[in-house]
Ligand binder design. Structure first.
Ligand SMILES: [Mg+2]
Length: 184
């Protein structure tokens, strides 16, 4: 059976993006994110992170810096969930089929892990995330400012006013959506 997945953008979705993330200690998860990812993982979704990291092409960070950041992130999530893969696009000015709004990273991961994109979701805080998700054939969730193209807008489902991003409410809404779809 093919799997269902959730593709999460990184900066502004799972971690604070007010400052550049150049070292492991710069990556600060939003409150409640680990619990939200755990909920999604336990509900049977394969979890991925897809992130544009044009800072590599621009020379702000190296591939190795990014690997250290992502290794540390995976370590922080031990006991909550397993992220199957963190994919990134290092290009910035140069056109790349992998750089969102292009759907390349999602398509590659779907192929590699046998993910049914029609059963899957892209969660992001930028219009380019929503475009990439739609182009890949996923349903989409917009964090922050609503996007009328998105299937779910975080602002409409947000329950906690004390958190910057209510990823838990988003995951609950995804699960609810999918279980309703299943019953119909
Ligand atoms: Mg983002």
């Amino acid at each position: 059976m093919r799997h269902k997945g959730i593709f999460f953008d990184r900066d502004g979705v799972i971690n604070d993006n007010k400052r550049p993330v150049n070292k492991p200690k710069d990556l600060i998860l939003y409150e409640g994110v680990k619990e939200a990812l755990k909920k999604a993982y336990e509900a049977g979704y394969d979890l991925f992170i897809v992130t544009n990291q044009g800072g590599i092409e621009l020379g702000h960070i190296t591939h190795e810096d990014l690997k250290n950041i992502h290794d540390s992130l995976k370590e922080e999530l031990v006991g909550y969930c397993n992220i199957r893969e963190i994919a990134y696009c290092p290009d910035f000015k140069k056109f790349s089929h992998r750089r969102k709004p292009e759907p390349g990273m999602l398509l590659e991961l779907a192929e590699k892990y046998d993910i049914d994109l029609g059963l899957s979701w892209m969660v992001g805080d930028m219009e380019t995330d929503i475009t990439a998700g739609i182009r890949a054939g996923c349903r989409t969730v917009k964090i922050g400012k609503p996007d009328e193209r998105a299937d779910i807008n975080e602002m409409n489902v947000k329950k906690s006013t004390s958190v910057k991003v209510d990823l838990k409410a988003v995951v609950e809404e995804i699960i609810k959506n999918d279980s309703q779809g299943f019953l119909n």
